[in-house]
Design a protein around this ligand. Structure first.
Ligand SMILES: *[C@@H]1O[C@H](CO)[C@@H](O)[C@H](O)[C@H]1NC(C)=O
Ligand SMILES: *[C@@H]1O[C@H](CO)[C@@H](O)[C@H](O)[C@H]1NC(C)=O
Ligand SMILES: *[C@@H]1O[C@H](CO)[C@@H](O)[C@H](O)[C@H]1NC(C)=O
Ligand SMILES: *[C@@H]1O[C@H](CO)[C@@H](O)[C@H](O)[C@H]1NC(C)=O
Ligand SMILES: *[C@@H]1O[C@H](CO)[C@@H](O)[C@H](O)[C@H]1NC(C)=O
Length: 306
């Protein structure tokens, strides 16, 4: 199973590299059918996410004080370090792209009211950031950019692991992380962006309709969950599926608009799993995505049974 996942990942990346206009599906996400995407597009895309993360931490550290956090303020100090990393990522990417051309910060709205909500959202953002770098890496043609992006990716992954344990969840849910496509990531980020400078360069991305889940935490295989589609989505033609993206694997369950889905027993992972609604039960591509992703947390507390 693991060998298969890895093979699928490597094959998909190789296919995308050799035929950049190929519509072949990525094993777990939506890198498919991408228009020509340049290295600078990917750096701008990364910078868009880094601006969002930097603004998120800056706002929270201004809103809360050290004594609001556990462990005698140690958490606050660690969050200050994370905030510093994100700001450094912003500055580094800006200088690589060139300050005149680099995309600028937007205005954001982050839905948390207390420290626990902030920490949960931080975990989501770091997880999405990790999956974003992972899913975008294969677009980069300049090896120096691959190394630079990789050195950001590993730090985001460690932020993510620390946040998971701080929030009482698995630091490393499985042997593989989940790569997310450009549009999947942008769909998640767009929910927090309220307005951007009109001078920002257009990115080759679009947001899919938002997907919400009736229950988004402590989910388990076999459990029922309802995914709600916005009424604006034309989704009445043909059978739809809920696709659960976990590591290099996708599991599918039949889906009827706004009705409950039974999570397949094969989705027995822990940690963050992304769900999208698609019109296919054999691949997830930009073309067959109807809505999502939604961010789901599986199997709750960690460590379990000790
Ligand atoms: C951000 O919001 C402020 C206050 O509403 C507004 O003045 C400013 O133009 C906005 N900036 C962007 C980049 O949209
Ligand atoms: C699905 O549920 C959402 C949220 O309750 C609602 O806004 C939407 O109109 C519903 N969609 C359809 C197609 O019934
Ligand atoms: C949904 O379908 C109707 C009728 O076919 C069309 O007018 C409308 O623009 C479609 N909406 C979306 C969001 O595609
Ligand atoms: C999880 O699913 C895999 C196959 O998808 C299976 O091999 C494994 O036994 C399952 N584990 C549990 C605890 O159900
Ligand atoms: C996938 O969809 C096809 C129809 O498009 C159907 O025949 C098949 O049974 C489905 N497979 C699963 C596992 O749902």
């Amino acid at each position: 199973m693991l060998a298969l996942n890895l093979l699928a990942l490597v094959t998909a990346v190789a296919a995308t590299d050799s035929t950049s206009s190929s519509a072949a599906a990525s094993p777990s996400s939506s890198a498919a059918a991408s228009p020509s995407v340049t290295d600078v597009d990917i750096l701008q895309y990364a910078l868009t996410l880094e601006h969002l993360e930097a603004a998120f931490y800056k706002e929270a550290l201004g809103k809360f004080k050290s004594s609001d956090f556990a462990s005698g303020g140690e958490q606050y100090t660690l969050f200050q370090q994370i905030a510093g990393h994100e700001q450094t990522h912003v500055e580094t990417l800006t200088s690589v792209i060139g300050a005149d051309k680099a995309t600028k910060a937007c205005n954001y709205s982050f839905p948390y009211t207390d420290v626990a909500g902030f920490r949960s959202l931080a975990q989501v953002l770091e997880g999405v950031g990790t999956s974003a770098y992972l899913g975008a890496a294969h677009y980069l043609t300049n090896p120096a950019f691959v190394t630079a992006a990789g050195s950001i990716l590993t730090v985001e992954a460690r932020h993510s692991a620390w946040l998971a344990t701080t929030n009482g969840e698995d630091p490393w849910p499985g042997a593989f992380d989940t790569p997310l496509g450009l549009n999947q990531v942008y769909s998640l980020a767009a929910a927090f962006i309220t307005s951007c400078p009109s001078t920002n360069p257009a990115l080759p991305v679009k947001a899919f309709p938002a997907l919400s889940a009736s229950t988004a935490s402590n989910l388990k295989a076999g459990q029922s969950v309802t995914f709600n589609l916005p009424s604006t989505v034309n989704s009445t033609s043909g059978q739809l599926y809920a696709a659960f993206l976990t590591g290099g694997t996708i599991e599918y369950a039949p889906y009827t608009v706004n009705q409950s889905v039974t999570i397949p027993t094969s989705v027995n992972s822990t940690g963050t799993i992304y769900a999208v609604i698609t019109s296919s039960n054999s691949s997830v591509t930009d073309d067959n995505t109807v809505a999502g992703p939604a961010v789901l947390q599986f199997n709750g507390a960690f460590p379990r049974g000790v």
